[in-house]
Ligand binder design. Structure first.
Ligand SMILES: [Zn+2]
Length: 417
């Protein structure tokens, strides 16, 4: 199966404008000001503590460094034990660094800091209890807008324009019910309102895509982000979710290695053995997700299927995922899963010649080819939520319509009349 992004890449974006933006758009805990530099670092006031950075080298023992810095061996062992369930010191990576914090230059360190990712840090206190604590950093958000026109340039052009692949993914997801991204055309235009996430003043990722519109020969198509206590996601102007009720595949970036075929001729057994599923080949360990919301019916193993998960989505549809290497945490009988939630990982347990997932789809108890099925649309928002939705929708639509045209051509339009 082709990755949509690759195809899109052949047809996307040269003209692009990105700008900071301050629309009055309802959104949870959003800031529209640039994040301020804080006076504390890793939870310590920088005026009262000395914070030194230590690069981590290949084949270096943490205990050696800490002993040299005056920490007793028993304390190091105690800390290692206490870190097991939070972030084990064994998982410190060469090439990164940790920090030691002291009250003054001559004192022994009071705390060690390690940052596993951009969103958190871990404090290892050299106190009596050897406390270990993981702290989530504050994520600031800035709302931005972007617009672009498809001119036939390449995926690289888009990357060089500073539009992240994650944002393109989100645009495709949000508009997939009204725009066919396999057939984008030169001259198509798009408009986006989105959040950028910052930690300590550094850009770390894209947040929610608050609104998107796409203009092609069929007119202008909109998707808006709406969230309340019960619902969350992208909706069209009528309040219908823009996501499909079922995803086309249970994993990303895979290829179909064997299609659904009732008359498959088996090359070795020399007879017709139907293949009532679709095989997706992917590297060992690739996350497999549920193609729709549902309830787990079974997490089991058979000699043929290997490790598999069975999910019931509604009274009509059920899915199964075979040959997993393992199940995702918390996946067991009776558990509710969301569309896109990881339920297990690609493997080759059972009868499988290579790592893949054999994906099986049932409709009213019969196995079907899900790639040929016209699924019913996802349910729209209930009447009781519509007033709230319309308010959000109108504000976002107005803001989308205010984003400047990436390539205004009034003259051309006049001539065409
Ligand atoms: Zn199969």
């Amino acid at each position: 199966m082709f990755d949509v992004r690759v195809i899109l890449g052949l047809g996307l974006v040269a003209l692009l404008t990105i700008s900071s933006y301050n629309p009055e758009i309802p959104s949870k805990n959003k800031t529209t000001e640039a994040p301020k530099q804080s006076k504390t670092l890793f939870g310590f006031n920088i005026d009262n503590y000395i914070i030194d950075e230590y690069p981590i080298h290949q084949n270096q023992f943490l205990s050696n460094v800490l002993s040299y810095e005056g920490i007793k061996f028993e304390k190091i062992v105690q800390l290692e034990n206490n870190s097991k369930d939070i972030f084990h010191t064994r998982n410190f990576k060469a090439g990164k660094s940790f920090h030691l914090i002291r009250e003054d230059e001559c004192a022994d360190p009071v705390c060690m800091i390690y940052e596993p990712d951009a969103f958190s840090y871990v404090q290892y206190f050299f106190n009596e209890k050897a406390t270990v604590r993981k702290v989530q950093k504050q994520v600031d958000k800035i709302t931005k807008t972007a617009s672009g026109e498809i001119t036939g340039s390449l995926w690289d052009a888009m990357i060089s324009q500073d539009l992240s692949p994650a944002l393109i993914d989100k645009m495709e997801d949000a508009l997939s019910s009204s725009v066919d991204f396999y057939h984008t055309k030169k001259g198509d235009k798009f408009y986006l309102i989105f959040e950028e996430q910052f930690v300590e003043g550094k850009k770390v990722g894209v947040g929610d895509l608050l609104g998107a519109s796409y203009e092609n020969d069929n007119g202008k198509h909109y998707a808006v982000y709406f969230e309340n206590e019960r619902y969350q996601g992208h909706y069209d102007m009528d309040g219908s979710p823009t996501k499909r009720k079922f995803l086309r595949a249970p994993l990303k970036y895979s290829r179909i290695s064997s299609r659904f075929n009732r008359k498959r001729h088996h090359p070795i057994k020399k007879k017709t053995i139907p293949h009532l599923g679709t095989d997706y080949a992917a590297p060992h360990g690739t996350p497999i997700f549920s193609v729709a919301d549902g309830v787990v019916q079974r997490v089991s193993y058979t000699k043929g299927n290997g490790k598999y998960v069975h999910i019931k989505h509604d009274k009509t549809y059920e899915t199964k995922y075979f040959h997993m290497s393992g199940y995702a945490k918390g996946i067991k009988k009776g558990v509710r899963v969301k569309q896109g939630q990881t339920i297990g990982y690609v493997g080759q347990t059972g009868l499988a010649t290579g790592p893949h997932v054999c994906f099986r789809f049932w409709k009213n108890g019969q196995q079907i080819n899900h790639l040929r099925e016209n699924f019913p649309p996802a349910d729209p928002l209930p009447e009781s939520d519509m007033e709230e939705f319309y308010k959000t929708r109108d504000e976002i639509k107005a803001a989308l319509d205010l984003i400047p045209d990436p390539n205004p051509r009034e003259t051309v339009a006049l001539l065409a009349e």
